[in-house]
Each structure stands twice: as C-alpha cells, then as structure tokens.
Design a binder for this molecule. Structure first.
Ligand code: PEP
Length: 286
C-alpha cells in the first residue's frame, strides 16, 4: 500500500483540510494518508435466529456495490452464525469473532480458541470491548493475552479502548487510552501492528445514542496516534487504522469519516439494520 507520512503533509494546505476535492472525486483524509477506511459491525447478542442472521448478512453484502467507496468491511458476529454468514456474504466482507479465548485447548468450558476460528477461515476478532471489560471483568492482561494469541496465530485483532463517562468528564480520555493501548499491545511488534486495528469507543457513547462530536473523536484519535508513535514509531502509527465507535449512524458517519485521524467505524446498533449499515458503508466524506 502506498504510504504518505502525515508529517510530510505538514505545511501544505492538505495538512489542514479534512478532505481534498479532486475533479472526479472527493478524497477523505484517511484516503489521503493511505489508510484504507474500515467499516465494521458488531452484532453482539443479536440477531435471535440463524435465519435472521443470514437475511441481515445478505442485505449488508448487497449494499456493497461497485459504486461503494474503497473500504474494508467486517462483521463481528456470534460464533454460531460465523460460518453461515460467511456463506452468504462471499468475498464482499470479512466475518469475524466477537472475542476469543487466549488458550488453545484444555479445560475452559464454553471457550472458543483462535485455532478453532482460524480453521473455519476467520481472520479478525475483537478484543477489549467495553462490554467484555465491564460485564465479564476482562482485564488488560487478559485482553493482551487475547491480542497476542491472535497475532501469534497469524490472525488480526481489533483492540477496543475508551474511557468511561466519569473519566471523560475529568478529561482523562487520553490517559485511559494510553494505558489500554500500552497494556493491550504489550509484546506486539511494530511489524505485527499491520494486523492490528484500534477502535476508540468512548464508553459513554456505546449504545446510548450519544455520539462523540467529530471534534472530540478526532482529538482523541490524534492523541491515540501520538501514543502509538511513542510506543512504536511515526510510520507505524501513521499506518494503524483507528476506528471510532459509539452510536454511529447514517447521520453522523460522513462528518466523522472526514476527520483526518478517523479511519473507520465500529458500529453496534446500526449494524443490525441493513439500510442504516449500508449507508454507513457508503459514507460520503464532506
Ligand atoms: C459497539 O458495540 O461497539 C458500539 C459502538 O455500539 P453502538 O454503535 O450501538 O453504540
């Protein structure tokens, strides 16, 4: 993939503009920085039947046409629907897992391993979603073990990070993200970061209908990229895709995707509605 360092753009008009208007198309800042946009859906504990899952998967795949932007699309779905959903979406999008067990085998009742997922063709899995952190008590160490196991298996991980409402109100978003990034990615090399995406998901925005403003999200994304540059190097940080998650809708996606450091979206509620998620996939940079 062609790489244009963000630092090379400093001092040009492009560096200060979220989008560049070309005669034939509008490029988002993400495209300008050569990070391919990544739109993903998280179905959580939905839908309720295999039939509904297949209908939804089918409709979402149909929303990806030759007129769609050049984006990667992934759906993180319940384990039991993974293979059948793969069957209906074909090669239009990836179907990933909502989580993994960091162990490969043994006495872990109810767990699903990376090798099991890999054997059915899964490439991506989520780690660190706030619902796993809060409801299931998954710690940064456990999340790090999940990330490392996925990477070790040659798979890819979307590490979710984000602050609570209280932390946001105390202006602690960047510090919380720094801790979650450092602990979650411990032991993962700069080279392996090509198989890592970050989802910044402020907990106060998930499932609440309260989407972060593009300015707030952009600010934290830029801070996360600076943290990654400190942990790795500027080039690695420039190449990592950082997605925003938290009540993204067709109404909010265009402006969010026009921010220079927002490279995609992780979408919960709206990914259960094919018309809404289809519009999100077909975002239009402003
Ligand atoms: C999520 O579950 O990751 C999420 C962002 O949910 P929602 O879009 O419903 O806020």
């Amino acid at each position: 993939m062609k790489f244009i360092s963000a630092s090379l753009l400093v001092g040009t008009a492009a560096a200060f503009s979220p989008s560049i208007h070309c005669p034939h198309q509008t490029l988002s800042s993400t495209q300008l920085n050569a990070r391919k946009p990544f739109i993903s859906g998280n179905w959580k504990l939905n839908p309720q039947t295999k039939e509904e899952a297949l209908t939804l998967g089918n409709e979402i795949a149909a929303a990806i046409t030759e007129d769609s932007p050049d984006v990667d699309v992934a759906l993180f779905v319940p384990y039991v629907f993974i293979e059948s959903t793969m069957g209906v979406v074909g090669d239009k999008l990836s179907v990933g897992a909502e989580g993994v067990c960091p162990e490969l085998k043994g006495a872990y009742t109810g767990a699903i391993s990376t090798s099991m997922l890999k054997s059915i063709g899964v490439q991506w899995a989520l780690a660190g979603h706030s619902e796993r952190r809060v409801i299931y008590g998954e710690t940064d160490d456990y999340i790090n073990a999940q990330c490392r196991k996925l990477i070790e298996q040659g798979m890819s991980v979307m590490l979710c990070i984000g602050e609570s409402l209280t932390e946001f109100e105390q202006d602690l978003a960047a510090s919380v993200c720094a801790v979650q990034l450092k602990k979650g990615l411990k032991g993962i090399s700069a080279e392996e970061m090509s198989r890592v995406a970050i989802a910044y998901e402020p907990v106060w925005a998930i499932g609440t209908g309260r989407v972060a403003t593009p300015e707030i999200a952009q600010k934290v994304h830029a801070q996360c990229r600076a943290i990654l540059a400190e942990m790795y190097d500027a080039e690695t940080a420039d190449n990592v895709r950082i997605l925003y998650g938290g009540s993204v809708t067709p109404e909010s996606v265009d402006e969010l995707m026009s921010q220079p450091d927002i490279d995609g979206a992780l979408v919960g509620g709206a990914s259960l509605d094919s018309a809404k998620f289809g519009r999100i996939i077909n975002f239009k940079p402003v």
